[in-house]
Design a protein around this ligand. Structure first.
Ligand code: SF4
Length: 356
């Protein structure tokens, strides 16, 4: 199944973050955020390079001090993906980050004074820097909470106020985000945003936690919205090393047909299994999982569902007693002992990739 043919919900305006388009019909991009002290230039550059190598398209770093905002100038020439400044409270840091090369800034207008926002808008116009307006369920204005209570309505009203402020000053280079740690609220509020505005939408389940629980929350929250055609750029938030976020984001996009990649189908194994399906699947993933080609690879333990799945995949195996049948595009191309299967699969995958 593919979700490429989105409804008009996907037809958002496009902003350019550095040279990366976000919105319109452009591919959904993957973002992350460094957790180094931004003014530790070497550490920050190293982490950004790791993120980019893993597949991150756009990276954000905090500009929470003058030194970190100024550091943008030294970091930018050493990296090859756009760098976004994350700013809270002090609008002067936003100005400084833009003057020092930030490709986009992320602010929460609710925690900045109006005159500060005015200055941010003029500076962003001067440097042609887009702005992400982020609303977080934990930082809604007090009067809105009193009027609407905590929830999607208050978040939408908060966002609406901010957007009106920017539009009244002829600033439209916006990306919108509304994040909550609650998955249901994240889905609800982003559906409302998509109905109401044409600006690109940044998706994420904020403060999702760590490990499996965070991955599942993000996959459900972000994945449900993407499946509805909502969202132009995503960030999976995992506590700890941000580089771990990228494979999760890639898997979410690949599973919806929004990113090229190798889709490995493997059976859960059972009492019939006579080959080491798990080990084969893991080795194949490790050796070719990074390749930017669209292929389905089926690794099946026996002849019950094996031949069917393996035939329908681009490449597949159906296991037998310490051996497996290898299929390419539905045709059996040989029977191989278990010791050769990984290498045979990898060779065939690369061959098909070269001919793609
Ligand atoms: S494909 Fe065969 S080995 Fe794998 S789970 Fe199904 S029946 Fe069991």
């Amino acid at each position: 199944m593919t979700f490429r043919n989105y409804s008009s919900a996907m037809e958002k305006a496009t902003v350019f973050v550095g040279n990366v388009p976000v919105g319109g019909n452009h591919p959904v991009t993957i973002q992350s955020m460094t957790n180094t002290k931004t003014d530790n230039i070497d550490q920050t550059v190293e982490q950004i390079r790791q993120l980019a190598a893993a597949g991150c398209d756009i990276v954000r770093a905090t500009a929470n001090t003058e030194a970190s905002a100024r550091a943008f100038r030294d970091i930018k020439p050493q990296i090859n993906i756009p760098l976004v400044a994350d700013i809270h409270f002090d609008f002067r840091l936003a100005l400084l980050a833009m003057e020092h090369g930030a490709d986009k800034i992320r602010i929460n207008p609710g925690n900045m004074p109006k005159h500060g926002l005015e200055e941010i808008i003029s500076c962003a116009k001067q440097y042609q820097v887009p702005i992400r307006i982020g609303v977080n369920s934990g930082s809604i204005e007090k009067d809105l909470l009193e009027q609407y209570g905590a929830g999607a309505r208050a978040m939408i009203e908060s966002l609406s106020r901010s957007i009106a402020f920017f539009e009244q000053r002829d600033f439209y280079d916006l990306v919108l985000s509304a994040k909550a740690s609650n998955v249901g609220l994240t889905i609800e509020v982003n559906r409302m945003i998509a109905k109401q505005w044409d600006y690109p939408i940044h998706l994420g389940v904020t403060e999702a936690g760590f490990d499996q629980a965070a991955i599942i929350k993000s996959a459900i929250g972000i994945g449900s919205l993407l499946a509805d055609g909502i969202g132009n750029t995503i960030r999976v938030s995992l506590t700890g090393d941000p580089v771990k976020e990228i494979p999760v984001a890639r898997e979410i996009l690949q599973s919806l047909g929004l990113k090229t990649g190798i889709d490995i189908i493997s059976c859960p194994t059972c009492g019939r299994t006579d080959i080491d399906v798990e080990s084969i699947a893991r080795q194949v993933k490790q050796q070719v999982g990074h390749l930017d080609i669209n292929l389905t690879v089926a690794i099946m333990g026996c002849i019950v569902n094996g031949p069917g799945e393996a035939r329908e995949a681009d490449i597949g195996i159906a296991g037998g007693k310490d051996q497996a049948l290898l299929f390419r595009k539905g045709i059996i191309i040989g029977k191989f002992p278990q010791s050769e299967i990984v290498q045979r699969l990898v060779t065939e995958i690369k061959r098909l990739g070269d001919n793609a």
